[in-house]
Ligand binder design. Structure first.
Ligand SMILES: Nc1nc2c(ncn2[C@@H]2O[C@H](COP(=O)(O)OP(=O)(O)O)[C@@H](O)[C@H]2O)c(=O)[nH]1
Ligand SMILES: [Mg+2]
Length: 311
């Protein structure tokens, strides 16, 4: 399946909702009115595209309509597509990892967003690119989390460094980096415990995990990826804002896009916070984690073969 087809099927719920609503607004009233623009704004906000991008799209629709002298056809999804593409300087934001092994990636976020699953998916993807991968079970708060990661390790044939339930996560991270350095492992994925961004001591613990790794291997972790769950809507925006203050983020992974009709959130985070979306989760299988691509994302949300025109 091509990357675009994966985006398309993963974003189907959001696409169908947007497509349906835009048709409903503009089929009944073919002319562009203040009311229909307001409804369009509401629909885009409901899909969690965020205020900034929504206003940009609505503004562009109005401007193009005016500049056409209020006649001629204007394809609404095409304008949305253009505006999304134009607002992303880079179509993709690849990982920035050192050529020398090991590269270390820390995966952070609140409970249940998909950190462990994303670590496993990243191990699957990056093992192919970098020759080998290793997982570190630094969520020592929940016994089940260690088991979950070990199961993924068996399934993907990737070694897992783990300690006892309740162990110091920084000690596990230390062991894992040591092991990855000596084995020249291509990439080490650090699965961390879920923490609320409001819990200061847990945030400090995360800083300690990062500090310990940095002492052992300069510049580690090379990437700190925040995982957010698309089904939680704009909560994700607050999580990104707060985590970024405590542990500077190099990118975001937006998961569960396949389970929501509010998939626009991925665009809102990058647009409003300037933290690049690096990957999106489009399902529960290892191959369902895909590099984010603003162009494909725009075309999946507003398909070229589904136009809604006002005239
Ligand atoms: N549909 C869907 N489910 C996902 C995705 N990513 C994770 N999940 C599911 O979300 C649940 C929580 O994931 P987990 O990795 O344990 O979250 P953690 O607490 O952050 O480590 C699991 O049932 C995963 O299978 C995704 O992209 N799509
Ligand atoms: Mg977990």
């Amino acid at each position: 399946m091509s990357l675009f087809s994966r985006f398309k099927s993963g974003l189907k719920k959001t696409q169908e909702k947007l497509g349906h609503e835009i048709k409903r607004i503009f089929t009944g009233s073919p002319r562009l009115t203040a009311d229909s623009l307001e409804e369009l704004e509401y629909v885009l906000i409901s899909a969690d595209l965020g205020m900034a991008l929504t206003q940009q799209i609505v503004g562009a629709v109005q401007k193009q309509y005016e500049s056409q002298g209020r006649k001629g056809d204007l394809d609404i999804p095409a304008v949305a597509r253009q505006e999304i593409e134009a607002s992303f300087e880079h179509r993709q934001s690849p990982l920035e990892l050192p050529d020398q092994p090991p590269a270390v990636i820390s995966v952070v976020g609140v409970n249940g967003v998909g950190k462990t699953t994303s670590c496993a998916k990243l191990a699957y993807l990056l093992k192919q690119e970098r020759g080998s991968a290793m997982l570190a079970a630094c969520d020592t708060f929940r016994a089940a989390a260690i088991e979950q990661l070990k199961l993924w390790g068996e399934r993907l044939d990737v070694p897992v460094i783990a300690g006892e339930y309740g162990a110091d996560p920084a000690a596990i991270a230390h062991d894992a980096v040591g092991s990855a350095v000596s084995k020249k492992t291509g990439v080490l994925l650090i699965d961390t415990a879920g923490r609320l961004h409001t819990k200061k001591n847990l945030m400090q613990e995360l800083q300690k995990v990062h500090r310990v790794m940095g002492k052992q291997l300069p510049d580690a972790p090379h990437e700190t990826l925040l995982v957010v769950d698309a089904t939680t809507g704009m909560n994700a925006m607050n999580q990104a804002r707060e985590f970024h203050k405590m542990a500077p983020l190099t990118g975001v992974i937006v998961t569960k896009l396949d389970s929501t009709s509010k998939g626009g959130m991925a665009l809102a985070i990058q647009k409003e916070l300037g933290i690049p979306i690096k990957f999106v989760g489009l399902g529960e299988q290892p191959e369902d984690l895909q590099p984010f691509d603003a162009y494909d994302f725009a075309r999946a949300l507003f398909p070229e073969d589904e136009s809604t025109t006002v005239s």
